[in-house]
Ligand binder design. Structure first.
Ligand SMILES: CC(C)(COP(=O)(O)OP(=O)(O)OC[C@H]1O[C@@H](n2cnc3c(N)ncnc32)[C@H](O)[C@@H]1OP(=O)(O)O)[C@@H](O)C(=O)NCCC(=O)NCCS
Length: 155
């Protein structure tokens, strides 16, 4: 049975909320797992950028996912992440998603690993070992364009 909702989930802050729309449903009429994973991957990427101070971060590993409960059209869900391990070039996070309407936990992912890359796409040390709750590590804008310029994959 799905675990009951608790206001504080192992110190995780729930930053992002989503409204389950018709395009997010599977053939069963409930939330499509692929939509949820896309949202979590994006959330984890943004979290990793903020924590590691580098826009060039990529998903390396997502551990086993146990879908404990679901959501229906119109439900509101919230996603939370916290860093559990700062490696040399990696960041490991734990994710929890829960349904704000039914107050059930939808899933937990114990390990999401992102890697910090250099301009050539190789792992690069990020130099951090603890969580920041500020925006003090945000990468700076590109001085010429005012925007962030990412390396394009070679053809
Ligand atoms: C990310 C990538 C550059 C890492 O290359 P790699 O040769 O495995 O790198 P390394 O062996 O030097 O390891 C780099 C880090 O990854 C970690 N790592 C490697 N394999 C891992 C695994 N299976 N699980 C968890 N962490 C892993 C290492 O522990 C290391 O972390 P640390 O520096 O904090 O100790 C490469 O695997 C890659 O390009 N993968 C595709 C990423 C991608 O495109 N993701 C989007 C999904 S399509």
């Amino acid at each position: 049975m799905a675990e009951a909702w608790q206001p504080h989930d192992d110190g995780i802050n729930f930053h992002t909320r989503k409204w389950v729309r018709p395009e997010d449903l599977n053939a069963n009429g409930s939330l499509f797992g692929g939509s949820l994973l896309k949202w979590i991957d994006e959330e984890a990427a943004i979290y990793a950028i903020v924590q590691l101070g580098n826009y060039r971060v990529v998903t390396k590993l997502i551990s086993e996912i146990n879908f404990e409960a679901s959501a229906l059209q119109g439900d509101l869900i919230e996603m939370g992440l916290t860093a559990t391990h700062f490696g040399r070039t990696s960041l490991t996070m734990r994710a929890v998603v829960r349904n704000m309407i039914t107050r059930k936990r939808i899933l937990t992912i114990e390990k999401i690993v992102f890697i910090s890359l250099d301009e050539d796409g190789h792992p690069t040390p990020h130099g951090y070992s603890s969580i920041t709750y500020n925006r003090d590590r945000m990468p700076h804008e590109h001085p010429d364009t005012g925007t962030i310029r990412l390396r394009l994959p070679s053809a």
